[in-house]
Each structure stands twice: as structure tokens, then as C-alpha cells.
Design a protein around this ligand. Structure first.
Ligand SMILES: *Cc1c(COP(=O)(O)O)cnc(C)c1O
Length: 838
């Protein structure tokens, strides 16, 4: 074919001609095995400059680019359909998105996993090895961040117009190394050696975020209006990086937009002009520090200036982004804004959104206060994630004055008007005014109160937690605005937590009830009919056995401890925190060890205990607990008298991709927090779906898990929430020791230094903590009851048939713990969005 270049350039194409031409040029992106193979080869050789003998990391990148190409058209279509329709949209504002790996999930949701596997097979590569080369995107601490990631998957699958907004931290959650039993933190450079294939920089949507300066009122000479100038600010650019979020085989690709901080040109330029080269470069670095690193504290406050900067940066960039789109379509007419936009605040971290939207409407767009407030308070919705007082964010007025003076003005005004409302409801009640004020008596801004006052919806994340919010922490606000309060029990996405991570179970389910459960998890109930089917039961056990084998290999690789898959796998993985009571778990392990040493091993159940989780770097007690676990493991695993009866391992660097192996291979799921402390838990749900049985307290979503499976299929123990509260006044741990011989043996071993012979005194503080009458977690109060429940679990496990039944029932009844159910409720009761195409 010969092509002649015409002498005269042709007329520019019309927009429609351009669209058709591009569509025509790209029509050949095929979904067949050879298409994928060709594109993979092209990326590997031509773009990455590598070959088939290179590290699997490059194979992962090449395959990811090939998969990404196959998302683009749907992504553009989804984006266009949101933009052209006047449909209401929701925005999920979160400081954390704990995504983990994306390749496997995107293959599943595109419906091309088998083709990709075949394509790699043609080239002599194993898809599984390629998938494992992907580094987790660890942009979150734990449950709260993982919830945001599961939500994104469910929103896309339910075809809801929801966009996620977060921060693109250069360094995500630190990497945990274990050296001599101690946690060591190493930086997590998740972006890889070169670039992250699942993001697209979109410079054209860059926003400018301002900090510092002064807020100055002035009167407009023409209109006579009083308004405010926020002047002499430093400016930082927020550059968006978009990550595609495909729905499950439904043609939808939603967007997660992550902001990255960059210094402005002007900002540098002025410094350079002053002749201060060094200052210019370092102030550039300071600006870019904002998104440098994720704060690694889970469920506790980070009272640092940089953290407040991060929060405002997220909120301001995201709101400006949404308002810019509004202005494009509606001009400055904001009357319908709240009808078309809703912001879900993932905890108080983005609660500055309330004040920032007021600023944008009043200062930038000239709306009056009342009109702006009506809009703001009708489009914000707040999710509370914890009752722990140490996690309730407060920022000092002084810091606000320095960093965000204009926002402080606005918060004062919101508070003044709010307190007027309070004094109208409760005339003369000064205690209420003090207790409910957004500014507390120590001149701190209570972020949760700002969120409640500025939102039309306030929700907790499990039935018990939402009730405790109404009865306790937010009771005053509940009395004022009962209609704002609601519950949305958390969930997890079964696409990642069963379909991708448990292929054995997926295959068994496909043969038994089909694959409808992938989008309708309730359909899992269908396997309960197979309880009497011997073939199904034996396949069920075989799947679990294989998953235990896979987990045992991981544990051996990462810890050197050998787990025998015939033993019961007893697992507790989650952030290390006193309220989660890893120590209680450990006391039970020491109790089993003590029994073995005493020869008390009649009717023994062999057990492999796995514990994992990161401690915040500054959380000394949590780090000591890790060290104690490792010391106890060392003694137990090296004692020939113990042998296969008991093993203990601490798995380092617990993260999403590790949980994908752990949950399918677990028999017993430990959910043993002090009652009233765990808001929901989501790890509990991942385990349940994969056929683990829970040993747990009546806390968080455990309550609902127990309700679903019944007491016969759950090992319940421990004090209940009101009992914990009652006992607090008269708690005497020594009484529990005196009453329980087993506990005396355990404390005796601990206090004798049996586990720290060469490190005297190392665990004195931990021991003193659980023996203290002010121990908030009441570990010893639950010991006897816990040991009893563990014994029931051990007895049940020895009865193989009984255990299999419990395992099947747990999975069969996990339907309500899908984030598809959670998100449907957010949508029906809070967001009220119409799915695409309806
Ligand atoms: C699910 C999950 C969590 C939350 O676990 P909880 O037991 O609910 O605290 C934390 N981290 C990771 C990596 C998870 O996958």
C-alpha cells in the first residue's frame, strides 16, 4: 500500500471526526490470548527494554500495561457518561486507600484472567509468579484504609457514579522487618524501581492549595459587601494521579484520584530572585513534603503540623476539583449543588471539608453565609470509625491560626451559630454549651464535632458501634439531631477476598452454586443445602487443606517455622494495639505450653498459632508485645517436648497481599478485642467468608457475625460492653490470678523471666500493665473465659465432621458482609445516586 502525502494539509477534523478516527485506530485492541501475548511482548521489549529472562517484576509491568490498555476505552466512556449527564455524584474523601495489588483484581473484573494465564503460558511464564511480583500499594494503615479500597470496588460493580479522592504518598505504610524479635521499620517505596503502571498523571487538573498568610476583612467599594481576603499565602500545587477502578464485568471503570504535592514555579522563582538559591530549593522540598509519607499510626491521633497540612491539602484540592466541574456546567448558580453532589468523609481526617466548602462558596464564589451553609450541610456525610479517645482528633487553635487562618475564622462562625442553636434547645444550660462547643476549653478544634455539625448524616460502622455513638460519645448531638444518626455495618469485597484469593473455593462454589455470588454474596447461602452431601464436604476440606499448605509455605519462607497442615491454624492478624489484645492470645499460647510442660496433654489438639501486624513506630507497648511474641515463639518452637503439639510464629510485614494467603488458610479467626473498643473489624469478615470459625468477644461486627451463624458456630467469650464499664470501678486483676490456677502458671512463667532469660526486665512493663487495676483492656478479666472458649474450639476441631459443618455454615452465612450490601445501604439511605444506565 502506498501513501501519498497531499501537498495541502487537510482541514482540521471536527470533534466527531476525531472521535471516530481514534475509535477506528484503536478498534483492534482484542481480548484474545494472542492479542494479550502480542501486547505483552511489545511492552516488555519495546517499552521496558527487557526480555523474557528478566525479573518477574518486568513481566508484571508489561502485563499490567497490556491490561491497562484494555481498561482505557471503558474508563473514558464511564468518565464521559458522568460528565454529560446531570446525575448526582458521590465523592469518597479518605486519607487512606489500602489498595494492595491490582493486576489480579483487574484481570478478574475485566473477565480476562484465563486468557492472560494462557497468554503467559504460551511464553513459558506462570501468571501466578507474575502477579506476585507486584508491590502492594500500601497507602493506608489498616481497616479504615482497606475499607475505602473495598468500597471503591463495590461502587464500580454497582455502577454508581462515585469518585475516590486521596493522597499519593511517595512512601506508604512502612515495611516491617523483625530483627532479634524486634520490629524494625524500613521505608516502603511502593512506586517501584521506576513507575506505577496503574496511575495516570493528569496535570491539566492541577489545583492550587494555600497555606499560612493572614485573613483580612474588607469592604467591596462597588457593592458595599463585606468580604474577606486570605492573603500572603504560600501556594502548593496539587497534581492529580488517576487510578482506574473497574467494576466486575460491567463495562464501568470509576476513578480514584490521588493528589501529589508539587512546588509552584512562582513560589520557587520569587525565592530564586531574592538570590537565595538554597532556601528556594529547600522550600520546594518542604512543599513536596506534604505527600511524602503516610502517617503510620492506626487508631490514634497524629498531632503534627504536617498531618494537618496533609488533611487540608486533600480536602482543598478535592473540593476545588468538584467545584471547578460544577462551574463548567452550571456557572455560579449553586442552588442545585447539594442535589447533585455528596461527600462521604472517611473518619474526621477530611472533616475540614465542611469549612473549606464554606470558604469556596463564600470567598471564591460570593455566596451569602446562609445559602452556603444550606448547601454545605446538605452535601457532607460523616463516618465515625472509633470510640477510642486517643483517636479523636483535636487541632490547636494556635496551629490553625498559623496554618489556615481563614479556615479558623469560618470554624469560629460555624461554632457561634451552632451554639446559638444549642442554647435555644437547652436555654441556660452552660454545661451543654461547653460540652458541645466545636472549640474545647483548651482552645482545640474538635474535628468530630465540626464533622457532625456540618453533615446531614453521621454513621457508625457496625450495629453495636453505632448504638454506642448515640448512647455515649455523641449523645448530646443525638438528642439535638436524632435523624442524622445511622448505622452502616462494614463489609469486604468478595471479588478480592474470595474470587481472587481463594481459587480453590471459587472452583468448588462454581461447581455447586455457579458464580452468581461474585456479585450477589447472599447466594452463598445455597451451599448450606450441601451440608449433607459427602462429596461436597470432602471437597470443602480438601480446599481448606490446600490453602493451609499454601499458608504453611508462606510462614516457612518468612519465619522459618514449620506449620503442619493437619494442626488447627489459629490466626490473629491485624494492627498491633492493646485494645485488640494480642497479649490475651499470647497468654493462652503460654497456657498451652505450660500444659505441655506439665504433661497435661490428654485429648490434645495440635495447634499452629500465627500472629502478625505492624505497631506504630512510636507505640512502645505494642512493639514490646511483638518482641514478647517472638521470644515466646523461640522457646516453644525449639522445645523438643512441644514438637507438633504447638507452634507459634510472628509473620513479618502483614499487608493486603499476605492476608490474601492467610484468610483462606485459617481455621480459627481470633477477634478478641475488649468489648466496646473495636468499631467493626473487617478482618473478621474475610476469615468468615473463607470458612474460618471465629473465637471472639461481643464487639464490633462480631455481634452480627454471631447473630448470623448462631452460638453453635462461634466461640463466644468474655465480658460484654456494659460489664466492662461496670467493672472498671472495682477492677482487681490479682483476684483473677488468685482464682485461676492456669493463670497462676502463665503469670509465673512470665514473671520468672522464662521468656527473657538473657534480657532481664524486658517485659516488666507489659506484666505490670495487665496486673494494674487501671488496665483499660482488662486482659486478665477475660483470661478464664477465653481459655474455656479455646478448649471448646480445640474439642470441636478434633471432631472433623463437626468442624467442617461449622466452617461451611460460616461461609454460607457471610452474605451480608459484602461491601456490595454496605454500599447499597450508603446509596439508598445517604447518597441516593442512580446507577449508570438507569
Ligand atoms: C482487613 C485488613 C485489616 C483490618 O483488620 P482488622 O482485623 O479488622 O483490624 C488490616 N490490615 C490489612 C492488611 C487488612 O487486609
Amino acid at each position: 500500500m502506498s501513501v501519498t502525502t497531499p501537498a495541502v494539509p487537510r482541514e482540521p477534523l471536527t470533534a466527531e471526526e476525531q472521535r471516530l478516527r481514534i475509535e477506528d485506530l484503536l478498534k483492534n485492541i482484542g481480548m484474545n490470548v494472542t492479542d494479550i501475548e502480542e501486547d505483552f511482548a511489545n511492552y516488555l521489549y519495546n517499552m521496558l527494554g527487557r526480555s523474557l529472562t528478566s525479573e518477574p517484576y518486568y513481566h508484571y509491568k508489561a502485563l499490567s500495561y497490556a491490561v491497562r490498555d484494555r481498561l482505557m476505552k471503558l474508563w473514558k466512556q464511564t468518565w464521559a457518561s458522568y460528565n454529560k449527564s446531570d446525575k448526582k455524584k458521590a465523592y469518597y474523601l479518605s486519607m487512606e486507600f489500602l489498595i494492595g495489588r491490582s493486576l489480579t483484581n483487574n484481570l478478574l473484573n475485566l473477565g480476562i484472567e484465563h486468557k492472560a494465564e494462557a497468554a503467559m503460558y504460551q511464553l513459558g511464564l506462570a501468571l501466578e509468579n507474575i502477579e506476585e511480583a507486584e508491590i502492594d500499594a500500601g497507602l493506608g494503615n489498616g481497616g479504615l484504609g482497606r475499607l475505602a479500597a473495598c468500597f471503591m470496588d463495590s461502587c464500580a460493580t454497582l455502577k454508581l457514579p462515585v469518585m475516590g479522592y486521596g493522597l499519593r504518598y511517595e512512601y506508604g505504610m512502612f515495611k516491617q522487618l523483625i530483627q532479634n524479635g524486634h520490629q524494625i521499620e524500613a521505608p516502603d517505596h511502593w512506586l517501584g524501581y521506576d513507575s506505577y503502571p496503574w496511575e495516570f498523571q493528569r496535570r491539566e487538573y492541577t489545583r492550587v492549595v494555600r497555606f499560612g498568610g493572614v485573613s483580612r476583612p474588607y469592604r467591596d467599594h462597588q457593592t458595599g459587601h463585606l468580604s474577606v481576603h486570605w492573603e500572603n499565602t504560600e501556594e502548593v500545587l496539587a497534581v492529580p494521579y488517576d487510578v482506574p477502578i473497574p467494576g466486575y464485568q460491567n463495562g464501568i471503570v470509576n476513578t480514584l484520584r490521588l493528589w501529589s504535592a508539587q512546588a509552584t514555579e512562582v513560589f520557587n522563582f520569587s525565592e530564586f530572585n531574592k538570590g537565595s538559591y538554597f532556601e528556594a530549593v529547600s522550600s520546594k522540598a518542604e512543599a513536596e513534603n506534604i505527600t511524602m509519607v503516610l502517617y503510620p499510626n492506626d487508631a490514634s491521633e497524629n498531632g503534627k503540623e504536617l498531618r494537618l497540612r496533609q488533611q487540608y491539602f486533600l480536602v482543598s484540592a478535592s473540593l476545588q476539583d468538584v467545584v471547578a466541574q460544577w462551574l463548567e456546567h452550571h456557572g455560579r448558580d449553586f442552588r442545585e449543588f447539594a442535589k447533585h453532589n455528596v461527600f462521604q468523609l472517611n473518619d474526621t481526617h477530611p472533616s475540614l471539608a465542611v469549612a473549606e466548602l464554606m470558604r469556596i462558596l463564600v470567598d471564591d464564589n460570593g455566596l451569602g453565609w446562609d445559602e452556603a451553609w444550606a448547601i454545605t450541610s446538605n452535601c457532607m456525610a460523616y463516618t465515625n470509625h472509633t470510640l477510642l479517645p486517643e483517636a479523636l482528633e483535636r487541632w490547636s487553635v494556635k496551629l490553625f491560626q498559623k496554618l489556615l487562618p481563614r479556615l479558623l475564622d469560618i470554624i469560629y462562625e460555624i461554632n457561634a451559630r451552632f451554639l446559638k442553636q444549642v442554647s435555644m434547645k437547652w436555654p441556660g444550660d452552660n454545661n451543654r454549651l461547653r460540652d458541645m462547643s466545636i472549640i474545647d476549653e483548651h482552645q482545640n478544634v474538635r474535628m468530630a464535632y465540626l464533622a457532625i455539625v456540618g453533615s446531614f448524616s453521621v454513621n457508625g460502622v457496625a450495629a453495636l458501634h453505632s448504638q454506642l455513638l448515640k448512647d455515649g460519645l455523641f449523645n448530646d448531638f443525638f438528642q439535638l439531631w436524632p435523624w442524622k444518626f445511622n448505622n452502616k455495618t462494614n463489609g469486604v469485597t468478595q471479588r478480592r477476598w474470595i474470587a481472587s484469593s481463594n481459587p480453590g473455593l471459587r472452583a468448588l462454589l462454581a461447581d455447586t452454586i455457579g458464580e452468581g455470588w461474585i456479585t450477589q454474596l447472599d447466594q452463598l447461602a445455597g451451599i448450606e443445602k450441601e451440608l449433607g452431601n459427602a462429596d461436597f464436604r470432602s471437597r470443602w476440606s480438601a480446599v481448606k487443606r490446600q490453602n493451609k499448605q499454601r499458608l504453611a509455605e508462606l510462614v516457612a519462607r518468612d519465619t522459618g517455622v514449620h506449620f503442619n497442615p493437619d494442626a488447627m491454624f489459629d490466626v490473629q492478624v491485624k494492627r498491633m494495639h492493646e485494645y485488640k489484645r494480642q497479649l490475651l492470645n499470647l497468654l493462652h499460647v503460654i497456657h498451652l505450653y505450660s500444659r505441655i510442660k506439665r504433661g497435661d496433654t490428654a485429648n490434645w489438639t495440635n495447634r499452629c498459632v500465627l500472629i502478625g501486624g505492624k505497631a506504630a513506630p512510636g507505640y512502645v507497648t505494642a512493639k514490646n508485645i511483638i518482641k514478647l511474641i517472638n521470644n515466646v515463639a523461640d522457646i516453644i518452637n525449639n522445645d523438643p517436648e512441644v514438637g507438633d503439639k504447638l507452634k507459634l510464629a510472628f509473620i513479618p510485614n502483614y499487608r493486603v497481599s499476605v492476608m490474601e494467603v492467610i484468610a483462606p488458610g485459617t481455621d480459627l479467626s481470633e477477634q478478641i478485642s475488649t468489648a466496646g473498643k473495636e468499631a467493626s473489624g473487617t478482618g473478621n469478615m474475610k476469615f468468615m467468608m473463607n470458612g474460618a470459625v471465629t473465637i471472639g468477644t461481643l464487639d464490633g461486627a462480631n455481634v452480627e457475625i454471631l447473630e448470623a451463624v448462631g452460638e453453635d458456630n462461634f466461640f463466644l467469650f468474655g465480658l460484654k460492653t456494659p460489664e466492662v464499664a461496670d467493672l472498671r470501678r472495682s477492677y482487681r486483676p490479682q483476684d483473677y490470678i488468685d482464682r485461676d490456677h492456669n493463670l497462676q502458671c502463665v503469670m509465673g512463667l512470665l514473671e520468672s523471666g522464662h521468656f527473657n532469660r538473657f534480657e532481664p526486665g524486658l517485659f516488666d512493663d507489659l506484666i505490670a500493665g495487665i496486673k494494674s487495676s487501671t488496665d483499660p483492656w482488662m486482659t486478665l478479666a477475660d483470661f478464664t473465659s477465653f481459655v474455656d472458649a479455646q478448649q471448646r474450639a480445640a474439642d470441636a476441631y478434633r471432631d472433623h465432621d463437626r468442624w467442617t459443618t461449622m466452617s461451611i455454615i460460616n461461609s454460607a452465612r457471610s452474605g451480608m458482609f459484602s461491601t456490595d450490601r454496605t454500599i447499597s445501604q450508603y446509596n439508598d439511605e445517604i447518597w441516593k445516586l442512580k446507577p449508570v444506565g438507569e
